[in-house]
Unconditional design. Sequence first.
Length: 353
Amino acid sequence: MHEARVLVVDDSAAMRALFSDILDQSRDVTVVGTACSADEARGLIKELKPNVITLDVEMPGMSGIDFLGEVMANNPMPIVMLSSLTQAGTETSLRAFELGAVECFPKPLKATPEQFAKDVSKLGKIVLAAANSNVKDRKPNQPRTPGAAPAAGAAAAPVVQFDWNGHIAAFSASLGGIDALTSLLADYPENCPPTVILLQSEPALSQTFIAHLDKTLKCSVKAAVDGSPMTQGVIYVSADIERHTVFEAGQPPKLRLVERDPIDGFRPSANLLFGTIARARVPAVGTVLTGMGEDGAKGLKLMRDAGCRTFAQDRASAMVAEAPAAALAAGAAEAELDLDALAAAVIKACSAG
């Protein structure tokens, strides 16, 4: 892992100073410069050669979103967008993910000292992971609007008619997860297998993403709540940063939200979710997608040992390959697949015949 060399781009001098201070407190992160506009940033990118940019969404002149699009079209590099995650802000953040942003991080405008300390640690880790991401070298995921026809040369929709065999599906994702899930679920059938997705993301952004998927996918998409029944045709997204999501066997099985300290630094914990699925001894398929850290690897190994089908997103297509790499290193995933192949493999594992 190499050091993050960060260019901070924000029209506010106060915000530039704030985020520079935050990042300078982070291990293996160095702020190499700051810019107040897209015009200034262009010159500094050439001069300072940063390997990651933090970019304000709202700037005079060329907006951060427009500059993001320019950079990703001409010289792709890791970019973390910084924005106030209001309703309008979360919609803009989804557009930023479509354009190739690694992450969208909320500005700590009214943070308590305790929350600010958490933000310091979290943003530093995100920026470091972004600097070591696959933005420049990864294979394109070719994301499509859910339900739209595949691009020329892309694989056809993997399922025309789906006959469920009783398996449930479980996924985990963090950095790059919104982009990956948008592509992965594009052809999920209306009567899909009962599905739970553990997504490490800001709560406001997760809510907007859930609403977006529910409008565009054939199946129903809901936020996981305590007691959510695992029923066919529904995807539950677990993104509650205050509680873990665990699996409870029954007729039907349920998702339970429990209060407990973070596990290995994560809440909700993919290891805990996958582990409870394994202990329930239910037919299931588990998948670790793009993300930071090793969360999910131990739990996925428990699922595989319990006889479940298990997969990891291939490291070449993952925005951040840490989580899939950890799953593969642990022997937790039986196969490493790109998103098109993953979508087909999960549906096949959950399909009768």
